[in-house]
Write a protein that binds this ligand. Structure first.
Ligand code: SAH
Length: 243
């Protein structure tokens, strides 16, 4: 019986892959990967390695999660090294723990290999540091996708602090709603926001605005995209002016 490595591929730029991830990828007999994984990474695989794409488009799941779980289980029964490769880090809104629980329940050995999460690296590579002394005392990474009808938890908007950075993943389609909610809890309309589309990739786009105008500026950007809200966004212009 083999082992399944639940591995983060980083946000896009292949150089953000960890050495540990690269090592298991080079040893892999099978790689099961998602839409957010940069396919250039697959060039590192050994000859004969089987690649299975289980990509998920927004709201459209190519393979349902239960089938991905079963696929990993079945591959681990017949191969030594199975790599489950996901964008960013597998446990940051990546369902990595669901796959681990399933595998463990079937007696399959697994290991998490952390990846560089888009939540931190994408703003950082666009010169927006997620914390900065005196500007943001904490940060929160939240899902912008609220679906109470599916039983997902709703965001507790009132709990957002004034001096924290908020990163919304999966939120581009909710951008208007997010801005309206943040204004309704007392953030000024001029509060800084950035939207980063296809971060760390050659076609990256970064749009900076305010809670009032970012929706019109950024609503049609290509995905994946994340939203970062907070005073740290203002550091971008400052850093780039000095550079
Ligand atoms: N596990 C991933 C996040 C999965 S949720 C991680 O740790 O990065 C998917 C969301 O991540 C997307 O909707 C988008 O908000 C964000 N995302 C992932 N890669 C991105 C990129 N290169 N640029 C901008 N946002 C990205």
């Amino acid at each position: 019986m083999g082992k399944v490595y639940l591995t983060g591929a980083g946000p896009g730029d292949v150089e953000l892959l960890t050495l540990k991830a690269l090592r298991v990828l080079r040893q892999a007999d099978v790689v099961v990967y998602d839409r957010l994984v940069n396919p250039e990474i697959l060039e590192e695989l050994k000859a004969g390695c089987e690649c299975v794409y289980v990509g998920k488009e927004d709201k459209h799941h190519t393979l349902p999660q239960e089938q991905i779980n079963m696929l990993l289980y079945e591959k681990a029964l017949v191969h030594d090294v199975v790599v489950r490769l996901k964008g960013g880090d597998s446990v940051v809104f990546g369902r990595g723990a669901e796959e681990a629980l399933f595998l463990a329940s079937k007696g399959i050995v697994f290991e998490f290999i952390p990846g560089v999460t888009s939540a931190i690296a994408v703003p950082e590579m666009a010169n927006i540091p997620i914390t900065h002394r005196g500007t943001a005392v904490s940060f929160r990474v939240v899902t912008g996708y609220e679906a109470p009808q599916k039983g997902y938890a709703q965001l507790d908007w009132a709990s957002f602090r004034q001096d924290e950075t908020i990163v919304f993943l999966m939120g581009l389609h909710q951008l208007g709603h997010i801005c309206t909610q943040l204004i309704s809890i007392g953030k000024p309309k001029t509060y800084p926001v950035a939207v980063i589309s296809r971060g760390t990739l050659p076609d990256e786009q970064v749009l900076v605005g305010t809670l009032e105008d970012i929706y019109e500026k950024a609503k049609d950007l290509p995905t994946p995209a994340l939203i970062i809200v907070g005073k740290v966004v203002e550091l971008k212009a400052q850093l780039e002016r000095m550079a």
